[in-house]
Write a protein that binds this ligand. Sequence first.
Ligand code: GLU
Length: 283
Amino acid sequence: MLTRFAPSPTGDLHLGHAYSAALAHHAARAAGGQFRIRIDDIDGSRSREDYVAASLADLDWLGLDWDGEPVRQSNRLPAYAAALDTLRARGLLYPCFCTRADIVASLAAPHGPSGAIYPGTCRTLPNAERERRMADEPHCWRLYMWRAVAATGDLDWEEAGQGRRAADSQAHGDIVLARKDAPASYHLASTLDDAAMGVTHVIRGADLIASTDVHRLLQALLGLPTPLYRHHALVCGPDGRRLAKRDAAASLAAFRDAGIDGPALAADLRAGRLPTGYSLQMP
Ligand code: GLU
């Protein structure tokens, strides 16, 4: 068994991160397996080195030891580019020049699990216009969802202990796989990394259940193995809302500064015992 914890270094880790990391760490250790860290630092404008160091220090404080060196997404750009080339060569990607404002403005489009479903403005641009605009306009790369689903057929994946779940990736529409401002999207990078790291069990928050449908589709398109998934409940604060990085009171640094014992907190979280005022809820 190999599990992972994959923080994005865009803020301080909080109790919800500790819960996720404690579950993944325990699952691996109880099975004599490995627990690895991945730093999801592909978002150059928001990722910060001091948050990388602080995240590792928080895990250390919790007593959640990890195997090997943390993997850095910023070191994996060639792998993302190669996967994009493969999909492009199969006619499964198209460049999209729309700004966020364009998409919002054209929104008769319904919302899907990844936000607004892209209305498809750039899907049918004539080739000549595409070539011309690619030369001087910023663009992202989107998946032709219909073609991708036609290529793979119906897919499903396994939620540990709950059986198989049909993947409804179509509900996401033409998702972005390479962003204007980052060489890969979360969906692409995470799917490729989990496979490259040999992750057998992806343990993460239930807010990502719908993302798993997309990851399953990408696995099928790119010939990658499918891990087992366990989506856990989310830690909510005293206001009943799931924790966010801005909730300073729930940051692990705040618990540490208050003199709380890290390994004892990790053991409590793993057992579903949360500090007073916090609760676990399924989204
Ligand atoms: N970096 C992602 C996050 O913090 C990881 C999500 C995942 O576990 O796949 O949300």
